[in-house]
Design a protein around this ligand. Sequence first.
Ligand code: CO
Length: 506
Amino acid sequence: MKTEALLERLHVIDSEYRRLEHAAALLQWDQETYLPRDAVEERAEQLGLLEGIAHERIVSPEVGKLLSELGSTSENPRGDESLPALERDFLRILRRNYDRQIKLPPDFVRSSARAEGLSQAAWIAARSNDDFTAFVPHLAEMVSISRKKAEYWGAGGAVYDALLDIYEPGITAREIEGLFEPLKLRLKTLLNRIGSVPQIHAPFLSEAYDCGAQHTFSMYLLDYLGFDQNRGRLDTSAHPFTTTLGADDVRITTRFIENNVVSSIFSTIHEMGHAFYEMGFPAELRGTSLGEGVSMGIHESQSRLWENVIGRSASFWQGLYPEFRQRFSGRLKAVSMEDFVRGINRVEPSLIRIEADEVTYSLHIILRFELEQQLFSGALSPEDLPKTWNARMRDLLGTEPQTNADGVLQDVHWSMGAFGYFPSYALGNLYGLQFWRKLNADIPHAEAAIAQGEFAGIREWLRDTLYVWGSRLEPAELLFKVCGEKLSVDPFAEYLERKYSDIYGF
Ligand code: CO
């Protein structure tokens, strides 16, 4: 076959794979939003079947053969140098996925999927009974499966790096440590400073706000920020998420809590940030494996940028607060915009990661990163986790959980064997502020536009500068392309230091 014909065949297979994946995502989305309770088991079978078919398509021997014929090997994933750059990036992504899957024996894939299912069920029970001991064997099994996986991939001694690479291609534990160490110091210093001045009180935030009115306000936010409802929609689920069902169909969810009116607002904005990314890939990447977010960290940089940097800023509420206050006039009549903004930016060390504020959040992540490294270096065994967890919580956040349910058992990730995932949340904070700095250099009036409820300029900058690359570049390459610099702690730390000295008045 000629090169063109080989490429065309590979693109056909890739687009069929993407369609199957999107169909599976629709079943999954439906399961999280509208599925009747009794249909859960049947749905799991439908999903398993469809995902199996999608998987077979993309790791078929034919794909392996096409990749080799186009010159793409594990050592030279981008293939023949004579090919156009876009096609070479396409080959790199397909080779990466192919190698990763093909190196795992089918028996191992089946048995680890079963073990993951059991482990998740055991984690749910262990958390609700606050019984860490019951979860230990499953946790140990998840560690050993991850180790084995890295071994099949040929990671040698660098097991944890191989796991990180699933979520953040190209980064190493050493690099992350080089960032997290100084970040830890700056966050702890800032936290101490905040602790030395009077705390913010905002009781109006935990009063009861009608959930129906919250829903209407979230719908209003979609239009306010420019979410294209002809290409996506908002629904509710127990845990907010974003999922892509096609280039023109990106679904987000949120949840409404009566006594926490801002929870739904910031979930909606967070997921919208993910959705803008997914909706913003250029025409030539549509429907291909390059039309995807490049990493968890870059994805999280987008959601956090919209949620925190934009959504929790005074400029943002300058534009939005009059409308918000009017809708909830019974509760907010006496609350000024300034007090509201201070309230939503209150900093307080707490036990639960997903409820943490902007300053303490990354400390929760650093703790998990440290423990994961110790688990994989062998310095820490699963049964000793609670003791180390609690001690590190005291050192990093000055507080300690009374139960393991509020401590080491709080997150689902380890029960699924998703080690190496956590760092991407904090890396997202770092990437986000580097992009934000560059955006502000290119668009000097971004803050003023935000205050006027004008977001088109920001959305377009992100689309034309960042989303335009899809997953053509690795995260570090993308960052360098956009900002001309390496990943760094300073923009994020300086942003927090400036913002919170304003908020807390020091
Ligand atoms: Co997110």
